[in-house]
Design a protein around this ligand. Sequence first.
Ligand code: SAH
Length: 362
Amino acid sequence: MQTGDAHPDLAEMDLAALEDAVAAHGYPRFHGRQIFGWIHRHGVTDPEEMSNLSAELRVALAGAYRLTTPKVLSRDRSSDGTEKFLLELADHRRIESVFIPDTPAMTFCVSTQVGCAMACAFCLTGKMGLLRNMTAGEIVGQVRVLAAATGLQSSAFNIVLMGMGEPLHNYDETMKALRMLADEHGMAVPMRRITLSTVGVLPALERLGHEPLMPNLAVSLHAPTDAQRGALVPLNRKYGVEDIIAACKRFPVKRRSRITFEYVLLAGVNDSVGDARKLASLLTGIKAKVNVIPLNPAPGIPFDRPTDAVIDRFARTLAERGVVVSVRKSRGRDIRAACGQLIVEGRLESPAQRLAAIAFQG
Ligand code: SAH
């Protein structure tokens, strides 16, 4: 198998690109579909294993292309069954992906960037800064690896783009990844099983509203006013609460579907009855559901998780006003796989990350 840029990566190629590639080598186009199926349906990581291709074609593939697959460096299992995977990409950058079983669906929480540029005040990934975008092949590669590792290759599963990174800050590769995941000759994941979570990159959200293949949408709102949200989400200075709500009202929500509003609950910051009331009136006229996420605290994160009574009161205030609401049960906290706890602790990449890691060691 080849390495290096001179050898295009089969994992980055969608079905049409693979068909074009085999045709360019003088083979019938249907071999492209076979190769795509081997990689995405069967999880094969070496063309040698593509047993229905001729030996000659396998040799041609191995000579002209590479096939990269994220490598599992470690796999931690939480007492609740959640598993955190530390994966290494071809350039040795590391990312994390999480498997959350029985919610009741099987769910893969995947990353779209190495690190994140959004720097939300309560999120550990934000402390890493953005190291680079992930490619479509790497985003899909996580799902290939997790499906194989969990034995779910021929089962139905959900995918949430809620790992490291801001998917709408890496728009083209994320959308290409979704198209590859949905391809009926590969994993054939239906869009209703995929949720894209964004902090509200509005021009990209508008673009998403015009895509032929559209995932479910989750918006990380976290506060009902600009004053509060601006202190938590730096991007709010560019795209404020009113603009986000207006964009959501324009967003083409599918029948029987709702936009999820994620709301990380922080003690004494955004958890009052007044905040819940403001949130409820903000969402009037939107097919919405609110997902309350009590903060997963971590050293270096200057906020606290509210008490259960306050969490309850917040959710009840919303429900009393007719808002569909759920409180996210925190999964995998003992292995730091919960929301906002994904940070690569292995090779230290930035001063902020080093600080966070030192804080962990306490
Ligand atoms: N950038 C996207 C995708 C990340 S999703 C987004 O912001 O939506 C991760 C979700 O977990 C987001 O809603 C994020 O706000 C939330 N989160 C981040 N840090 C958290 C923490 N410490 N505790 C609980 N949730 C957190």
